[in-house]
Design a binder for this molecule. Structure first.
Ligand SMILES: *[C@@H]1O[C@H](CO)[C@@H](O)[C@H](O)[C@H]1NC(C)=O
Ligand SMILES: *[C@@H]1O[C@H](CO)[C@@H](O)[C@H](O)[C@H]1NC(C)=O
Ligand SMILES: *[C@@H]1O[C@H](CO)[C@@H](O)[C@H](O)[C@H]1NC(C)=O
Ligand SMILES: *[C@@H]1O[C@H](CO)[C@@H](O)[C@H](O)[C@H]1NC(C)=O
Ligand SMILES: *[C@@H]1O[C@H](CO)[C@@H](O)[C@H](O)[C@H]1NC(C)=O
Ligand SMILES: *[C@@H]1O[C@H](CO)[C@@H](O)[C@H](O)[C@H]1NC(C)=O
Ligand SMILES: *[C@@H]1O[C@H](CO)[C@@H](O)[C@H](O)[C@H]1NC(C)=O
Length: 446
C-alpha cells in the first residue's frame, strides 16, 4: 500500500481490502485517522510490525497475513474504541504486554495461530465487555489469570494448543455463566474437573481433551441444561458490535476434532453440541447422568482409565452422531440400545474389556471391525469370532438382558414424546418469526 494511498485515508470510516495480494509493510505510516475506522485487511500478504496508529480503529481484521513483531500497539490509549481485533494466522511473537487497560470496549479478540509466549496478562480482566477470546495455537504458559472472572460476558473461550497448566478454575462455573464454548484442549491442565462446571447452563461445547485431568467425571452433568435439551439453538453464534443502534454483527467459528479430523465450524456452529474429555487420566465410572444430555451430538471419552459398564441408558442419546469410548477399561456387554441410535455413524469401542455378543442392528454390524478391536471377549458379526452356543441361547442371562431392554423401551417412548414437543416448538419458533417479521415488513410499507 503506497503512502499516497494512505494519505487519502485520513477520513476513512470503512475500508475493505480483504482477499487481495497486497504485500509490504506499514512502515512510515504517519497518518492520524479522524474517525475510528473499520478496517478489513485480512488474507493479504502484509508483513512487518503493526503500527500503533491502527489501534484507533474500532474494527481491525488483519488475520491471515504475515505480520510479525510484538503487539504492543494494544497499549495505546487510542485502543479505547477498539471493539473487534482479529490477528489470527500471522507471525506475531513475544509476550502480550500487561497493559490491556484500555480495551474496555473490546468484544472480540482473536490472537490464534501466532507465536505468542509468556503468561496471559492479568490486565485482560479490564476487557470486561469481551464475548469471544481466542488464543489457540500459541505458546502461552502458566495458569489462566483469575482476573478473567471479571469478563462475565464471555461466550467463547478457546485457549487450545498452548502450554497452559494448573487446575481447571472453579470460577468458570461461578463467574462466566454465559459460556457457550469452552475449549482448553491440548494444554497441561491437571487436577480434577470442578463440579462448578455443571453451572454452565448455556454450554454447548466442552473440550478438555489432551490434558492431564484426573479423578472422576462429575455426576452433576445433567445440570448442563442446554446439552440436556434438543434443538432450540440458532444455527450461528452471532454477536452485535458497536453501539446498541448498530446492526453490525460478527459470527464465531471454532476448530476441533470431529470424527477423527480437525474441522472448522461457522455456519452451523450453533447446532454443535459436544463433550470431549479424551486423552486425560480420568478414572471411575462413566456417570449415568451423562445419558440425560439428550442434545449431545458427539461424545469423546476415549484414552482415559474409565471403568464400569456402558449403561443401557446410552440409548437415550438419540441425536448422537459420534461416540468414542475407546482405550479405557470398560467391561460388560454392549447394550442393545446402542444399536437403536439411528444417527450413530461413528462408534469406537476398541481396547476396552467388553464381552459377549455385539447386538444386532444395521449400525453396529455396518461398522469396521477395528472399532471393536482389543476386546478379546467380544464376538459375533462384524467380528470373525463366532459366539459360543451358550452365548446365543444361554437362557437365564438372555432373559435378564431382555428385561433390562424392556425398561429402556419406556425411557425411549418418553424420549420420543419430548422430541415431538421439541420439534413443534422449534418449527413454530422459526416459522412464527418469519410470519411475524413479514407482517411487520408489510406494516412498514403500508
Ligand atoms: C469485504 O470483502 C470481502 C471480499 O469481497 C467480502 O467477502 C466481505 O463480505 C466484505 N466484508 C464486509 C464487511 O463488507
Ligand atoms: C473489572 O471490571 C470493572 C468494570 O466492570 C473494571 O472497572 C475493573 O478494573 C476490572 N477489574 C480488573 C481486575 O480488571
Ligand atoms: C501429567 O502428570 C504426570 C504426573 O503428575 C506428569 O508426570 C506428566 O508429565 C504430565 N503430563 C503432561 C502432558 O503434563
Ligand atoms: C499439577 O501439576 C503441578 C506441576 O505442574 C503439580 O505441582 C501439581 O501437584 C499437579 N496437581 C495434580 C492434582 O496432579
Ligand atoms: C444441579 O441442579 C440442581 C437443581 O437445579 C441443584 O439443586 C444442584 O445444586 C445443582 N448441582 C450442581 C453441582 O450444580
Ligand atoms: C477422540 O479424541 C482423540 C484424541 O484425544 C482423537 O484421536 C479421536 O479421533 C477422537 N474421536 C473422535 C470420534 O473424534
Ligand atoms: C476383563 O473382564 C474379565 C471378565 O469378563 C475379567 O476376568 C478380567 O480380569 C478383565 N480384565 C481386565 C484387564 O480388567
Amino acid at each position: 500500500l503506497p503512502s499516497w494511498f494512505w494519505s487519502l485515508c485520513r477520513n476513512v470510516e470503512f475500508m475493505n481490502l480483504t482477499s487481495n495480494q497486497i504485500r509490504g509493510t506499514f512502515a512510515n505510516l504517519t497518518l492520524e485517522f479522524s474517525y475510528f475506522p473499520e478496517l478489513h485487511l485480512s488474507s493479504n500478504k502484509l508483513e512487518g510490525p503493526i503500527p500503533s496508529i491502527l489501534s484507533k480503529a474500532s474494527y481491525l481484521d488483519l488475520s491471515n497475513n504475515k505480520l510479525s513483531g510484538s503487539i504492543s500497539f494494544l497499549c495505546s490509549s487510542a485502543a479505547i474504541y477498539l471493539g473487534f481485533l482479529d490477528l489470527s494466522s500471522n507471525n506475531v511473537s513475544g509476550q502480550v504486554p500487561d497493559c490491556l487497560t484500555h480495551l474496555e470496549n473490546l468484544v472480540m479478540l482473536d490472537l490464534s495461530y501466532n507465536s505468542l509466549s509468556g503468561k496471559i496478562p492479568t490486565t485482560i480482566g479490564s476487557a470486561f465487555r469481551i464475548e469471544t477470546l481466542k488464543l489457540r495455537s500459541n505458546r502461552f504458559v502458566g495458569q489462566l489469570p483469575s482476573s478473567l472472572k471479571n469478563c462475565t460476558s464471555l461466550v467463547v473461550i478457546d485457549v487450545g494448543d498452548n502450554k497452559l497448566s494448573g487446575p481447571i478454575p472453579e470460577w468458570f462455573g461461578v463467574s462466566l455463566k454465559n459460556l457457550v464454548i469452552l475449549m482448553l484442549s491440548s494444554n497441561h491442565f491437571n487436577g480434577s474437573l470442578p463440579s462448578q462446571l455443571c453451572h454452565l447452563t448455556h454450554i454447548q461445547i466442552l473440550d478438555f481433551s489432551m490434558n492431564n485431568i484426573s479423578r472422576n467425571i462429575p455426576k452433576c452433568l445433567n445440570n448442563l441444561t442446554t446439552l440436556a435439551q434438543i434443538g432450540h439453538s440458532n444455527q450461528k453464534i452471532t454477536h452485535p458490535l458497536g453501539n446498541s443502534n448498530s446492526t453490525y454483527h460478527y459470527e464465531d467459528d471454532a476448530t476441533f476434532i470431529w470424527k477423527g479430523r480437525m474441522q472448522t465450524y461457522k455456519n452451523t456452529l450453533g447446532l454443535v453440541k459436544r463433550i470431549d474429555l479424551s486423552s486425560n487420566r480420568l478414572t471411575g465410572e462413566i456417570p449415568s447422568e451423562i445419558t440425560h444430555l439428550v442434545g449431545l451430538i458427539s461424545l469423546n471419552l476415549s484414552r482415559n482409565q474409565l471403568r464400569g459398564q456402558i449403561t443401557p441408558k446410552f440409548g437415550n442419546l438419540q441425536l448422537l452422531d459420534s461416540l468414542d469410548l475407546s482405550r479405557n477399561h470398560i467391561d460388560g456387554r454392549i447394550p442393545t440400545s446402542l444399536a437403536r441410535i439411528d444417527r450413530l455413524s461413528f462408534l469406537d469401542l476398541s481396547y476396552n474389556n467388553l464381552s459377549g455378543k455385539i447386538p444386532i442392528g444395521t449400525q453396529l454390524q455396518g461398522l469396521d471391525p477395528s472399532v471393536y478391536a482389543g476386546n478379546p471377549q467380544l464376538c459375533g458379526p462384524p467380528l470373525k469370532k463366532m459366539c459360543a452356543d451358550e452365548e446365543e441361547r444361554g437362557p437365564s442371562k438372555q432373559t435378564d438382558f431382555i428385561n433390562q431392554e424392556d425398561k429402556d423401551e419406556l425411557i425411549t417412548l418418553g424420549f420420543y414424546i419430548s422430541v415431538g414437543i421439541g420439534f413443534a416448538a422449534g418449527f413454530w419458533g422459526v416459522c412464527g418469526t418469519l410470519i411475524f417479521s413479514r407482517s411487520t415488513h408489510e406494516d412498514m410499507h403500508t
